[in-house]
Unconditional design. Structure first.
Length: 168
């Protein structure tokens, strides 16, 4: 996946949000490289979201925080308004749990996240190594998490999400 050092190619993603105000179905199609959503779920969340895939592994500096087999991981979603990555557990019927707005606690710095996704019609295992300064995994007691970007020396967020995937 692209690194923040490739900023000249992805500068718009760090300076603005490419999904701001967009319909989540359009976001999904862009994030999944042309795939259209088969179904949508209604759930409570502080902002509209679209999935980029399902979490395979969350990696910290010293260990893997958690690991999931394909089709058993939580959703990896992108917030339309914030451009944050959310980790949203699934109910037994596959629908996402509600996403709380407040009361998250810092769990760990994240050095990487791996995920399964069917981008462009092909199911692939993607991995993303974050660049320092590392973002922080924030967790709610419900199991919902989001990844809070760090702020770099140049005052920009440490990661962003655009059609190419996770950058930074």
């Amino acid at each position: 996946m692209p690194k923040r050092s490739d900023r000249q190619y992805f500068s718009d993603s760090f300076g603005s949000n490419p999904y701001d105000g967009e319909d989540p179905r359009e976001m999904y199609t862009r994030l999944r490289w042309g795939n259209t959503p088969i179904r949508g779920y209604k759930f409570n969340a502080p902002e509209p979201m679209a999935t980029i895939g399902e979490v395979a592994k969350i990696r910290c500096k010293t260990h893997d925080l958690c690991e999931f087999e394909e089709n058993y991981g939580p959703y990896l979603a992108v917030g339309r308004d914030s451009n944050l990555l959310y980790i949203v557990p699934k109910r037994t019927n596959g629908s996402p749990v509600n996403v709380p707005e407040n009361n998250y606690r810092a769990v760990s710095k994240i050095v990487g996240i791996d995920y399964y996704s069917d981008k462009g019609g092909e199911m692939v295992y993607y991995y993303h190594d974050h660049d320092p300064p590392y973002p922080t995994l924030m967790q709610h007691s419900s199991g919902v998490c989001f990844i809070m970007p760090a702020i770099t020396k140049d005052g920009l967020r440490s990661y962003a999400v655009d059609d190419a995937g996770i950058i930074g």
